[in-house]
Design a protein around this ligand. Structure first.
Ligand code: RNT
Ligand code: ZN
Length: 418
């Protein structure tokens, strides 16, 4: 049977429940996923005076063929994008600037250092998102940046963040779609602090200074990302969830939730509805923590489906900005992007093919037996047939056939890199 025939049969099964499959497929086309560039080179970046990766995050593995130049990274991204259905976005970090062999300090970065990225994004119909890089730098060597006791160091990072928002604004203006500029800092302490308040006061003050500079919201949206712990900040993180939740609500900024940044039984899926009651938009870093904030490649697990369900059934596809954040250097990096991004899109499709309104009504009526029964039965509905059809329709490989393309790319391109 052809993909189309399988699709038609699947459609009938869903239509019995009043689910419009054609419409779901159309809707899915318009959901952009922000694909993080840093999976392609293990968060290395292209700074001339490059520092080791720091900030309490770690990439493990030594799979050959990582991108070592902007051209290589863009070429790898293009390969991955050709295997992922839909039109998406690419998320950059300041360390991916191209400065022509010149040392440009991070607080001196300007839109012109991202000219090639913007040109490439235009050619490929992509939006761009951005992040100041407040790690892998001598001025972040002690793990403190915006909350640093030293005013000069704080100022350096404040200026870097202000410049970053302008770069984001430039991306948004050039590409016709607002950029999300997300601030994440590593600040924290390994051991039990004797003062939790002062660093948080300083962080608040630094953020106030960063956001005091007007940047057009039509082109740039600001987000702040919290964390529960990092390597070297096990006991205390200055920018905790409560800190940023409070800050973002009070200052009308986006709160960014990274799925690896909460306690192991705490889920982001359960936070989305609460947050959407109080803010117009929120942002996600979809990742996969395995025992800790390990940033494994996103798989189609229960939590991913639950996140997608929360976005879809609350009609929040335009309010939740979906970005990815994982880095695995133990497998082919183009495959990592492809697997993780396809899974995010699959989860959204899955969520669109659940009789969400009916299930809501069952809950309202207190019919928990049917609620559970249907949720479980829908897990084995022919969702795969719809996914295959979607891939075919969007002109990307169906099922695992994309793997052949990655293998060929590995032989032709990746394996030839030093
Ligand atoms: C770190 C944060 C942050 C980084 C990227 C590279 O724990 O998740 O988002 O992963 O900025
Ligand atoms: Zn993150």
């Amino acid at each position: 049977m052809s993909i189309k025939e399988n699709y038609e049969i699947a459609k009938q099964a869903y239509e019995k429940w009043g689910i419009n499959v054609d419409e779901a497929v159309e809707r899915l086309k318009n959901v952009p996923i922000s694909i993080h560039c840093w999976q392609g080179d293990d968060i290395g970046g292209f700074e001339v005076n490059k520092s080791e990766l720091s900030g309490g995050i770690d990439v493990t593995g030594n799979y050959p063929g990582k991108a070592t130049t902007p051209e290589e990274l863009r070429s790898d991204l293009e390969k991955a994008l050709s295997l992922i259905p839909g039109k998406h976005r690419v998320n950059l970090h300041a360390i991916y600037a191209e400065t022509n062999e010149e040392v440009v300090e991070r607080d001196q970065l300007e839109p012109k250092h991202f000219e090639n990225w913007v040109k490439w994004a235009k050619e490929n119909g992509l939006g761009l998102d951005y992040n100041p890089t407040l790690f892998s730098h001598p001025k972040a060597a002690d793990g403190l940046t915006l909350s640093h006791p030293n005013e000069e160091i704080r100022e350096f990072w404040i200026n870097h963040c202000i410049g970053s928002r302008k770069i984001g604004e430039h991306f948004g203006r050039e590409l016709g779609t607002p950029s999300l500029t997300n601030i994440w800092i590593p600040d924290g302490y390994k051991d039990i602090p004797s003062d939790r308040l002062t660093p948080r006061q300083r962080l608040k003050d630094s953020l106030d200074k960063i956001f005091a500079v007007e940047v057009d919201e039509k082109y740039n949206l600001d987000a702040v990302e919290s964390k529960v712990f990092g390597i070297g900040s096990e006991s205390y993180v200055v920018g905790s969830h409560e800190f940023y939740l409070g800050y973002s609500l009070k200052n009308n900024k986006l709160c960014l939730l990274d799925t690896g940044h909460y306690h192991p039984t705490e889920t982001v899926s359960n936070k989305i509805s609460s947050m959407l009651l109080y803010s117009d938009k929120l942002a996600l870093h979809v990742s996969r923590p395995v025992r800790w904030d390990s940033d494994h490649v996103v798989i189609l697990d229960d939590e991913l489906k639950e996140i997608a369900l929360e976005i879809v059934r609350n009609d929040a596809l335009n309010r939740v900005i979906i970005g990815l954040d994982f880095f695995d250097a133990s497998i082919n990096r183009v495959a990592a992007w492809t697997i993780g991004t396809r899974n995010m899109i699959k989860a959204l499709l899955y969520a669109m093919l659940v009789p969400n309104d009916h299930l809501k009504q069952l809950q309202e009526k207190g019919n928990f037996t049917e609620r559970l029964a249907l949720i479980e039965e829908f897990k084995t509905y022919p969702f795969g047939a719809v996914w295959d059809y979607y891939c075919e329709k969007m002109g990307v490989p169906v099922k695992e056939s994309w793997l052949e393309e990655v293998k060929a790319y590995e032989i032709e391109v990746l394996s030839k890199r030093l």
